[in-house]
Design a binder for this molecule. Sequence first.
Ligand code: SF4
Length: 87
Amino acid sequence: MKLSKNHYVIDENQPHIIPTDHPDRQILQQLVNVCPAGLYQLNQDGSLSFDYHGCLECGTCRLLCDEKTLARWRYPTAGYGITFRFG
Ligand code: SF4
């Protein structure tokens, strides 16, 4: 799938995924490894960089952890999020 063909409408005011302030590092590494869009990144100092822009709404990160790691996981509000384009 060519991700660049997808269309996103970003809700800048309401992130649909919000990590907690001090998530478990081992679980974070799992999220880094599995997110197909590569949105989770661990910095040199161990902090997390996460950008919900580009989320494929696959739910994989939600399945791997709970509210101790992700304070919020929900689908974007109607009218926002990804529209997949194939081809
Ligand atoms: S829902 Fe999927 S694409 Fe979005 S952040 Fe989680 S793993 Fe990545």
